[in-house]
Ligand binder design. Structure first.
Ligand SMILES: [Zn+2]
Length: 178
């Protein structure tokens, strides 16, 4: 299959959908943000063409990595719930469906005990994995222990970084995105 071998011309620069803005006010830092369906990257005005390519390539890679983790799917969440049930709770939880949900304004998660259906707020998609794990385990424990008595916390606090996750969520509630 003959493939056109594109020489290293500058025709493919900047990358599709990317606007590069040189800013005299910037000295070293590079910043990227989504603007509509385009990505705007700001770089110091004094950057050479090579520095520009390196810096923009690096920040786009970072951005792509971030959006991959944000796309975490319902399937992954369900798989995570099963893993946590096995590794943290000794398989005691009864798991129905597990999905991300967008209609949780005040709660991080919810659980319907009769069906074992668990919903996790999609506001948590940007948080570290151990935070999502803590919320998942909280809801998993509710499938066999209602309420928040000592027996509940004895189970729920088995998740790694349980206390740290509580602190994180408290701060996230107050200062995080809505
Ligand atoms: Zn609860």
């Amino acid at each position: 299959m003959p493939r056109h071998n594109t020489p290293a011309h500058h025709g493919d620069w900047p990358p599709e959908g990317v606007d590069i803005i040189r800013s005299a006010r910037r000295t070293r830092t590079v910043q990227a943000r989504h603007k509509g369906d385009r990505i705007e990257v700001r770089i110091p005005a004094r950057f050479t063409a090579k520095q520009e390519r390196d810096a923009v390539g690096e920040i786009l890679a970072k951005l792509a990595k971030k959006s991959t983790s944000q796309r975490a799917s319902d399937e992954e969440l369900l798989a995570r719930a099963h893993t946590l049930n096995r590794t943290v709770l000794g398989g005691r939880a009864r798991i129905g469906s597990v999905r991300w949900a967008s209609n949780h304004n005040t709660q991080w998660g919810s659980c319907t005990v009769s069906t074992g259906d668990i919903r996790i707020s999609d506001r948590l998609k940007d948080t570290p994995d151990w935070v999502v794990d803590a919320v998942l385990v909280h809801e998993l424990v509710h499938t066999y222990i209602p309420g928040h008595g000592p027996d509940f916390w004895e189970q729920a606090d088995k998740v790694p970084h349980a206390e740290r996750a509580k602190g994180y969520l408290e701060a996230y509630q107050r200062f995080g995105p809505n």
